[in-house]
Design a protein around this ligand. Structure first.
Ligand SMILES: Cc1cc2nc3c(=O)[nH]c(=O)nc-3n(C[C@H](O)[C@H](O)[C@H](O)COP(=O)(O)OP(=O)(O)OC[C@H]3O[C@@H](n4cnc5c(N)ncnc54)[C@H](O)[C@@H]3O)c2cc1C
Length: 376
């Protein structure tokens, strides 16, 4: 039982007196000096003998309580009544401050309605793995951008997993960005990843007239205007446009000072790069959590293409393992999973606050990795 925090966790859609009718309703909570909103807190108390704290999501409850081992329920029968529950929104910086590793999955918006439905099913299937949150990327130069808010809204408010929208400056004026942020806030979302975005291939980045030049400008714009937790991108092996690593890190400090509450790194394959980067960042006064980004690789061609795009080094040992499995899809998949799992174990052991998985909308590798981590 956690003392010192008010016990409000989930709201129950419907009237507040639509109670469970079980013991937690009348006794327990008041006796412990706790507040209650609706009857969900009473329900949690009645079912688990457990009181719950403000801002806790079902995902967090399930991490915290061994008896709460089911996926987050959206509808449940309690005291003979059907209750519909909504997750309380939760800021990612609060999750990270909470101590446990926070695992997250990144998806991009699919191009077709059928793809959209399939993605929602895939994300729903991840619920038993209790991800802290799911993030949805913002397409470059207008592709699928309109869907992002709708998708994060559905993930959080229908599936019941906390969600974060990516938002980039590319091709947007301030007013357009403000419109997206208004829609996020209206949907009750609390997290956004503030990005500059990439230019079209082969061209340098040019800010849109009336828009922003850097992610730090966007973070600064959001802070104070919308009550959102702001994430930012970080590059253990340096951003490709930066003249050198020190300048890139100095720019990252600007982003943290502009309001980024946490950072997620670009993918990398050698943990030493992450740990050295975190140490340098701390030395410069960047004190927000830095979540490592990991992408399980499926084959040699994929790793060369992706590493080339983002400038990540491929360790010799990884290249030779993947080469040995080349041509055998199952073996390549297993090598990719094994490497990423070793990376995750090393990262968590070394104090990383969680892992952000780049899924490329294929969840089987990340499912395998996270299942293994959960049972470590
Ligand atoms: C976790 C993660 C998620 C991503 N998701 C998406 C996505 O959904 N959609 C998408 O299009 N792209 C996405 N990207 C890619 C990202 O948009 C590109 O890497 C982009 O080139 C840089 O974005 P940024 O936010 O890091 O930019 P910035 O932080 O603005 O940095 C860009 C460059 O400008 C420099 N810089 C930064 N601030 C200053 C300053 N004040 N003065 C001078 N120089 C400065 C930096 O050193 C760097 O070289 C993602 C990247 C990561 C790591």
């Amino acid at each position: 039982m956690r003392k010192g925090k008010p016990a409000v966790l989930v709201s129950v859609e419907g009237s507040a007196d639509q109670g469970c009718g079980s013991r937690g309703e009348a006794e327990g909570l008041a006796g412990r000096g706790l507040q209650r909103r609706g009857s969900a807190a009473a329900w949690a108390d009645a079912v688990f003998g457990w009181n719950v704290s403000r801002g806790w999501t079902w995902a967090r409850m399930s991490r915290a309580h061994p008896r709460f081992d089911r996926p987050a329920p959206r509808r449940l029968v309690c005291g003979g009544r059907l209750l519909t529950l909504r997750c309380a929104a939760m800021r990612i910086d609060s999750m990270l401050a909470d101590g446990g590793p926070v695992f997250s999955f990144e998806f991009f918006p699919p191009k077709t309605p059928a793809g959209h439905e399939a993605l929602l099913r895939t994300i729903g299937e991840l619920q038993p793995l209790r991800p802290g949150f799911v993030s949805v990327t913002y397409g470059a130069m207008g592709s699928n951008r309109g869907q992002v808010v709708e998708l994060v809204d559905q993930i959080r408010n229908q599936i019941g997993i906390e969600a974060m929208a990516h938002l980039s400056c590319t091709g947007h004026t301030r007013d357009e960005i403000a419109g997206v942020l208004d829609r996020l806030a209206a949907a009750g979302l609390e997290n956004v990843l503030a990005l500059r975005g990439d230019p079209p291939p082969g061209q340098p980045f040019r800010p849109t007239p009336g828009g922003f030049a850097y992610a730090s400008d966007l973070a600064d714009f959001i802070r104070g205007r919308w009550p959102l937790c702001i994430g930012g991108a970080a590059y253990p092996e340096m951003h490709p446009d930066a003249p050198d690593a020190d300048t890139d890190l100095a720019n990252l400090l600007k982003k943290a000072r502009a309001g980024a509450n946490f950072l997620v790194t670009q993918l990398f394959f050698d943990n030493a790069d992450y740990f050295a980067f975190v140490e340098r960042a701390r030395g410069l006064g960047i004190n927000v959590p830095i979540v490592p980004g990991i992408m399980p690789m499926a084959d040699v061609a994929q790793i060369r293409r992706i590493a080339g795009m983002c400038g990540a080094k491929i360790p010799e040992a990884m290249a030779s393992r993947l080469s040995a499995a080349d041509g055998d899809a199952t073996a390549s998949f297993e090598v990719g999973v094994e490497w990423a799992l070793e990376q995750c174990r090393g990262l968590l052991k070394g104090g990383a606050p969680g892992v952000h998985f780049y899924t490329l909308n294929k969840s089987s590798a990340t499912r395998e990795i996270l299942s293994a981590l959960r049972s470590d």
